[in-house]
Design a protein around this ligand. Structure first.
Ligand code: VG1
Ligand code: CO
Length: 544
């Protein structure tokens, strides 16, 4: 079969963000947009001839089109085999596992995660390396550099493969194997958790609702929760993936899962509610009368992980992204294990996990995971919670309260200002950065004294690399913190993220309303950064 070398011209906007290249579908539909980006990825890699590439996505609109293109380009570039999920589906954590399990060279994960889908929605492509994790900055920088000069891509003139037929097909000289997207992942979960104990929990009448948000987790949740663990049929709702997520917004937070939240707050509601996002790597956890913030969930999972068989030896360390609350730090301190603070995005956890320095990682944006894969993993977090609930035989609320009593409570919220004019947002950050050197020592409103103020720079302790300008941090002497950064996953304008945190000690007051508890900090942040006057908004677009 003759390889076609087709001429192309570069696009200037193919710079990968926090998690791959995310753009409007209409941007991806431009001539050669997908081809350029995938060829640029392959041009930035070495040594893949004859090797295996994993391909899968969250099933959103354009997933199938991009997969057919990717398969031809992979064949024309000399990959020996492609493993692709049936129907083009693989949740992000499942893709990570498949890469690791089959010792693939790497993988293409097609997703824009929690962003809306459909012809007017978003699409995304991310490259993961052989450890199953997102490519580190060294590679994403090289890919971007390549996209700016690319002048040709390689492909084959072959018919589409049948993505629904499990088994092998050929594309040129390359084998394409369509695999069950759920099987290997479900088997992995069985090695980590006490399925008998969780089965007994459900058999005892424990009631749960899981919202798959019409996204990729549906088949996984149906198979594992209702199939293997015996949760009653109907436990999983919105469990059939749809290319437009049923015109919804597959972001598992209190805005888009408000109905579930309200149900959990009623006396007759279920004991436990959970949800995951478009590509299955995020999780939302709500107990009866208790929403668990992702930052608290990370701390709680780390403190209780030893109750699950996969972690009974204990955990080596914890890592959290910088904006995530310091609740987990207190657990690490008590356990006497390593604690790491990394920039936003899962790619920064890979080295620490590979080196065995941390076992559990998490982000305030509803992402938690462990060394079982190299991505965050929504269903994993839900299963670990279920395992803990099955062993401790207490409610989520009681477990959370006990945790605060032991470690203190980190009140935490994030305020997002979405689709802000990019130049206004950029200037706002720049001006705040300029104020940083003058802040330490200053006493601001409510007698809050600044302990430090900087723009976070990460020094990777494993490979020595440095990542600067990862977000502005203003820390106070009482352990409170204001963090401000620009999102790297949005596709329109700029999204400003303001993260606020205040610590109340173990014997402190743990029953305040979160927004009220953080009011002084919200005021200080606005007076320093002038967010509302500069953006012209009188409230955030989303509060989580
Ligand atoms: C956001 C979150 C970050 C997460 C990233 C990818 O990034 O804040 O914590 O790792 O999304 O998650 P940003 O740059 O927009 O703040 V996912 O589930 O969208 O792949
Ligand atoms: Co996601």
């Amino acid at each position: 079969m003759t390889v076609q070398v087709n001429k192309t011209t570069p696009y200037a906007d193919q710079k990968p963000g926090t998690s791959g290249l995310r753009k409007r579908v209409t941007v991806y539909q431009q001539p050669n947009y997908v081809e350029n980006y995938i060829q640029a990825i392959f041009d930035s890699l070495e040594g893949f001839a004859g090797q295996t590439l994993v391909i899968g996505g969250d099933g959103r609109f354009y997933n199938d089109v991009a997969i057919q293109k990717a398969i031809r380009i992979a064949a024309a570039n000399g990959f020996g085999k492609v493993l692709v999920g049936q129907g083009g589906l693989l949740s992000t954590p499942a893709a990570s596992h498949v890469i690791r399990h089959y010792k693939a060279f790497g993988g293409l994960v097609l997703s824009a995660s929690h962003n809306p889908g459909g012809p007017e929605g978003d699409f995304g492509i991310k490259y993961n390396i052989g450890n199953g994790g997102p490519a580190p900055e060294k590679i994403t920088d090289a890919v971007y550099a390549r996209t700016k000069v690319i002048d040709s891509y390689r492909t084959l003139d072959t018919p589409d493969i049948d993505l629904d037929a499990i088994g092998t097909q050929m594309v040129g000289d390359m084998v394409v194997e369509v695999i069950d997207p759920v099987k290997d992942y479900a088997a992995l979960m069985q090695t980590l958790f006490d399925f008998d104990a969780i089965r007994a929990l459900f058999a005892g009448g424990f009631r749960m609702t899981f919202d798959a948000m019409h996204a990729v987790t549906g088949p996984y949740a149906h198979a594992i929760l209702e199939g293997m663990l015996g949760a009653p049929k109907g436990t999983v709702i919105n469990g059939v993936p749809s290319p437009s997520f049923n015109d919804g917004h597959p972001d598992p937070n209190l805005v888009y899962c408000k109905d579930m939240h309200d149900l959990l707050m009623t006396p007759d509601g279920p004991d436990f509610g959970a949800a995951s996002d478009g590509d299955g790597d995020r999780n939302l956890i709500i107990g009866k009368n208790r929403f668990v913030t992702p930052s608290d969930s990370l701390a709680l999972l780390a403190a209780n992980a030893h109750l699950a068989p996969g972690y009974k030896q204990g955990i080596a360390g914890i890592a959290r992204s910088m904006p995530t609350s310091a609740a987990a730090d207190r657990v690490a301190e008590k356990l006497g294990i390593e604690m790491h603070e990394t920039p936003t995005g899962w790619k920064f956890f890979g080295n620490l996990l590979d080196a065995g320095r941390v076992t559990i990682c998490g982000e305030e944006s509803a992402g938690t995971g462990s060394n079982h894969v190299r991505e965050k993993d929504g269903l994993w977090a839900v299963l670990l919670w279920l395992n803990i609930l099955a062993v401790r035989k207490q409610s989520v609320d009681a477990i959370v309260r006990e945790h605060w009593k032991t470690y203190g409570r980190n009140y935490y919220t994030r305020h997002d200002y979405e689709e802000v004019d990019a130049s206004i947002a950029g200037k706002l950050v720049e001006d705040l950065r300029a104020q940083l050197p003058s802040l330490p020592g200053k006493v601001l409103a409510d007698d809050m004294q600044v302990a430090y103020a900087d723009d976070f720079t990460y020094h990777d302790p494993v490979d020595g690399s440095t990542s600067a300008r990862q977000g502005i941090r203003i820390g106070f002497t009482d352990g409170s913190r204001i963090v401000l950064r620009l999102s790297g996953t949005g596709t329109v304008g700029a999204t400003l993220r303001l993260y606020l945190e205040r610590y109340e000690a173990a014997d402190g007051r743990h029953d305040l309303d979160t927004q009220l508890a953080l009011e002084p900090l919200i005021g200080i942040a606005d007076s320093l950064a002038q967010i509302q006057s500069r953006t012209g908004r009188d409230a955030p677009s989303v509060i989580t």
